[in-house]
Design a protein around this ligand. Structure first.
Ligand SMILES: C[S@@+](CC[C@H](N)C(=O)[O-])C[C@H]1O[C@@H](n2cnc3c(N)ncnc32)[C@H](O)[C@@H]1O
Length: 173
């Protein structure tokens, strides 16, 4: 099941258009919305997703892509790393295929934690990370996961949507 771009995708896309530069990696590419936007600014964009269906889908759109569990198949360092993660807490009623798009773990922030513990190895010294998540994820916990891994963040925008707020961050070393 490919994630149909929603408010979180469009919020992040706005800042991908503004900030993406150089060698770009789009993690969890889904429909490829972020990778395709980044291609307006860069000739070197790589997209990865754990879901083979997404990888094949974006390949057909002309995006260089491969199957990877976060960075498991990623090589090299990037100027821009983009991530619209699955960030919601587990809902046991949701089916497993859909959870891959939405659920970050029992509390929601677990995949974000894994991402920030690994991303430093793939980011150039002056590189940036663009990430979106929700008030349902536990913002304080996400902030701690970022700073614990020696990154600084700037809150670019808060978007209010029904029942939650979406946060878009620019993260640097
Ligand atoms: C919320 S969707 C975002 C899709 C798209 N980037 C967007 O902005 O609309 C999350 C994506 O992350 C992928 N994903 C989930 N867990 C992953 C993992 N461990 N490694 C790589 N991709 C993952 C899902 O398959 C899904 O395509």
């Amino acid at each position: 099941m490919i994630y149909e771009p929603l408010e979180d995708s469009h919020l992040l896309e706005k800042y991908v258009a503004k900030y993406s530069k150089g060698k770009v990696l789009d993690v969890g590419t889904g429909s490829g919305i972020q990778a395709i936007t980044a291609m307006q600014n860069s000739e070197d964009v790589t997209a990865v997703d754990i879901n083979e269906e997404c990888v094949e889908f974006v390949k057909k759109k002309g995006v260089k892509s491969k199957k990877s569990n976060l960075f498991s198949k990623v090589k090299g360092k990037f100027d821009t790393i983009i991530f619209n993660p699955p960030y919601l807490p587990l809902d046991v009623l949701e089916d497993e295929e859909s959870r891959l798009n939405t659920t970050g773990g029992k509390f929601g922030y677990e995949i974000i934690g894994r991402f920030f513990s690994e991303v430093g190895k793939y980011l150039k010294k002056d590189g940036v990370v663009l990430i979106v998540f929700s008030s349902l994820t536990n913002k304080k916990k996400v902030d701690k996961l970022i700073t614990k891994n020696k990154f600084k963040f700037e809150l670019l925008e808060i978007l209010k949507v029904p029942d939650e707020e979406l946060y878009c961050y620019l993260v640097k070393m």
